[in-house]
Design a protein around this ligand. Sequence first.
Ligand SMILES: [Zn+2]
Length: 80
Amino acid sequence: MGLVRLVVMFIIAWLIYSLTCRWLASLDQPRDHKKPGRPAKIETMVCCADCGLHVPQNEALQAQGKYYCSDEHRKRAASS
Ligand SMILES: [Zn+2]
């Protein structure tokens, strides 16, 4: 009998824990959506001319009309 009680207690504790997690997650989400500022805009993705990696245009490095994911790749492409 003691074991059954223990299992029941464990299940109840787990339920409380999972419900609390879900509740906390639901509290967090609307807060993120309410963040003041611009609506999420879709970034233009560009392709690195060296490795082909897709990077947001504002993070990409531009050289000679081509985009690169990093300075290293820009230099490598320039030297070759
Ligand atoms: Zn690259």
